[in-house]
Design a protein around this ligand. Sequence first.
Ligand code: C5P
Length: 307
Amino acid sequence: MSAPPLPACTLRCPAKINLTLRVLGVRADGLHELESLVAQIDLCDELSITPQEDGRYWFDCDDPTLPDDGSNLVLQAARALARAAGINRGADFVLKKRIPAGAGLGGGSSDAAATLRALNTLWGLNLPNERLHALAATLGSDVPLFLGPPLCVIRGRGEIVEPVEPRLDAWCVLALPGIHCATPAVYRAWDRLASNRASAESPAPTAGKPLSPALSDVLAVLDHPSELMTRLANDLEPAAFTVAPELETLHARAADIAGGPVRMSGSGSALFRLVGSRAQAEALAGRLRDALGVRVEVARTLNSPRA
Ligand code: C5P
């Protein structure tokens, strides 16, 4: 008699936005020391996973521009987990992409984190969170944060994930210009710009460091989206604008239309503005769509259930 099929599951993999992103310096390995307040939002990819008993993987994605070979982060995550657990299992994956790639929204990282978490259960491994977290960090700087709470501060190269107390309950209007910002190119541009400034310090990463005054100021106004927007900053914006000059123009026009600041997420190219209600979000989304002619989405910030 053959073994009963393993259970399958379908997961929603949320995007993230970097509310703040400070680049604190360059490390000896060339990566950058960060401090970033990150919020997950309900713009989600959908990933279906059917575990297989053999060591075979199958991957299908509705976005033909993404790699469907072993370089895809979903497959990398599955293989890394199987290796770490010393097992020879497989899985079928069907990925429906809604989070654009190269937008600074962490779509691939979120898919990878969901894969780790789901296969840990579906394969019956029950590896502790710390092991999953360490594996996530080997896959990419943004993968660990998706194993954490929906609002967190990340430090180091991104692998130190600290929950923050207050909740952020807001609507997010995203302008998605379809410009593919390659993260390494944006960081290289930051290096070039930094070498024109005073030499950048490279402080050692520390978990549990007190929040910087700028970050405390941001957390103090999470309930007031328009005030909050004036306190957000992303150090990678000038760098991304040298890599994709058309993004700077779009950024300025979006702020003009919004009547207040918009910010870039991560290394770009997604631009966002937070507002307090769905009605405000839909109204702004309509204006941005009409004026900019780019894809515009409305999403809500995610929150852990109240204790
Ligand atoms: O870790 P991840 O694969 O997302 O990083 C992609 C690239 O982005 C790195 O190879 C590096 O060029 C740059 N990066 C960086 N500092 C970070 C994160 C990413 O320089 N903290």
